[in-house]
Design a protein around this ligand. Sequence first.
Ligand code: PEP
Length: 291
Amino acid sequence: MGKHLHLKLLSALEADGLGIKHSQGWYPFIAFANAPEIIESETKMALKKLIAGNWKMNGSRAALAEVTAISVAASAIGHVESALAVPATLIAPAFAAAPGFSIGAQDCHWNDAGAHTGCLSPGMIKEAGASFVIVGHSERRTDNHETSAEVAKKADAAIQAGLLAIVCVGETDAERDAGKAVAIVTGQVRDSLPGSANGDQLAIAYEPVWAIGTGRTASAADVAEMHGAIRSELVQQMGDVGHKVRILYGGSVKASNAAELLHIPDVDGALVGGASLKADDFIPIIKAAIA
Ligand code: PEP
């Protein structure tokens, strides 16, 4: 159920005296005919936000102190999940430097093993200490010509190995200018989805390509439109599970814009590049998710 319908039902409850107010809105009396729908909507609204950092090809052992600092500060922040996708060489040391903190990889192969020089399987990543993997980042779609069909296979394999798969999608500047952004992105979502997943195994990261590392961010209205469209596509493809899949926004998220972005409907977290490299930049973003 969409946010607008949710609000409409809540207003109806208020007008009819059929609800009871609590700190975040109205709860219906149990006998109200639409109660299951409303409760489902309340559940959907309660998705715990995920703030994931993506270090890309940055960081050496000298940067492990930042991983530790981030994990220590993040552990004191409740009601939000945080995570760091580090270069593959740092997965095991980062896991050791930040016990209990969620460390991830930035890519994986879809096969378990075999003749794929330079690649890592989801099982290898997991064994090194990763609990999640980013797949289909636009830099890989561009630099390595990865297709959505390959991204779907990677997401599938990651989930089979017990990892959370964060599937990235996003339109280019030219696609947005041509008015095709929503069609392109919902098409990428559809074609990049794994065969099956539950809400804990999959997240989607909407990252407009033109906003990554550029200092430009999408407007709140554009983010709301796109996240709503992605949610609809997820529900169409996955049924109710689609309500439980977190949709992250990515693209020049920083402390100064995080609160606004993270409070847009259907924004269930953020994928953060440059601003995740230092605890001083990343921790305020994690805090913004609960403010
Ligand atoms: C990213 O790499 O996923 C990203 C969003 O980068 P940045 O935050 O630096 O734009």
